[in-house]
Design a binder for this molecule. Structure first.
Ligand code: NAD
Length: 292
């Protein structure tokens, strides 16, 4: 890690502030409503990376006074049994947010299960109704990672209007919704992906460059315009020369942080913001339900 601290977009710090703010609001509303907001994270099977993410979400819930009502289900669960779990949560009055931790085991159809979550409890903003609201720029539950990125850019007063934003990656989880959110902020958006030609050249044009690919250190300094803002969504586990495992993003942090005006670290950038937005979404649903 280099010393360019004034160039860091500190997602960990902002996520903590958001959680403290939510904790205060929950402490105020809980006695008035008679119950805390509830988030149910459904974890299926034993994917070790997913287990870490789920544990972080549960800890965050406990920290802010939100009920963690999730379940850990067997990796052999059938599509019908998982659909029944979702239906029970849809009908449970103590549950305001439901999240299915992805990826699911291969025998399960994730898309159809995501469709079964009630749109008002869709804490991950992935239901077609909520994605449709995003396309139409209507208020609604927004996908957590892209919403967290927008919050982070706003916190640091990074202007988006009229700026050229390049988003690499077009997944429904990150790239596509983020492209729409940047468009809503009046950026001029280019979506790049695995079939994009001359990726380097496309990236060099960007005032705001977002990498959401899943390829370790794909983005190097020569691909980045000096003074650009670089958002690294990637989480990749690699082994260093001594065989030790560590996390890196999609951006070569040390070299790119020398050229960029701002950059998000991995870990400590986008990841904590994703969790903060999940809690915010659940709180939003809770408040909407009781008209507060
Ligand atoms: P995905 O596999 O669904 O999508 C990857 C995208 O990258 C695809 O659209 C593909 O077209 C594009 N791509 C692949 N190779 C490319 C290349 N060589 N050049 C340009 N584009 C290329 O992945 P995802 O779910 O969007 O996740 C992307 C990364 O972000 C992963 O590392 C994931 O772990 C991470 N992630 C992090 C958070 C977080 O909270 N920080 C949240 C979600 C995902």
């Amino acid at each position: 890690m280099n010393q360019n601290q004034d160039r860091i977009l500190d997602g960990l710090d902002l996520a903590r502030k958001i959680q403290t703010h939510l904790q205060e609001k929950i402490a105020d509303l809980h006695p008035k409503i008679g119950r805390p907001p509830g988030l149910a994270v459904l974890m299926v099977g034993d994917n070790p990376a997913s287990a870490v993410y789920v544990r972080n979400k549960e800890k965050a819930c406990n920290r802010i006074g939100m009920a963690s009502l999730g379940k850990h289900l067997s990796g052999n669960i059938t599509q019908e049994a998982l659909a029944a779990e979702i239906s029970a949560l849809n009908h449970d009055d103590n549950v305001d947010g439901i999240l299915i931790q992805l990826p699911l085991p291969k025998h399960l159809d994730a898309i159809s299960l995501l469709h079964q979550i009630h749109p008002d409890k869709d804490a991950d903003g992935l239901h077609p109704l909520n994605l449709g609201k995003l396309v139409r720029s209507e208020p609604g539950l927004r996908s957590c990672t892209p919403a967290g990125i927008i919050k982070l850019l706003e916190e640091y007063n990074i202007p988006l209007q009229g700026k050229k934003a390049v988003v690499i990656g077009r997944s429904i989880l990150v790239g596509k919704p983020l492209g729409l959110m940047l468009l809503d902020k009046n950026a001029t958006v280019t979506m790049a992906h695995s079939k994009t030609q001359n990726l380097s050249q496309v990236c060099q044009e960007a005032d705001i460059l977002v990498a959401a690919v899943g390829k370790p250190e794909l983005i190097t300094a020569s691909m980045v315009k000096p003074g650009a803002v670089v958002i690294d969504v990637g989480i990749n586990r690699i082994k260093d020369q001594e065989g030790k495992s560590r996390l890196v993003g999609d951006v070569e942090f040390n070299s790119v942080s020398e050229v960029a005006r701002y950059i998000t670290p991995v870990p400590g950038g986008v990841g904590p913001m994703t969790v903060a937005m999940l809690l915010s979404n659940t709180y939003w649903s809770y408040r909407q339900k009781f008209n507060f």
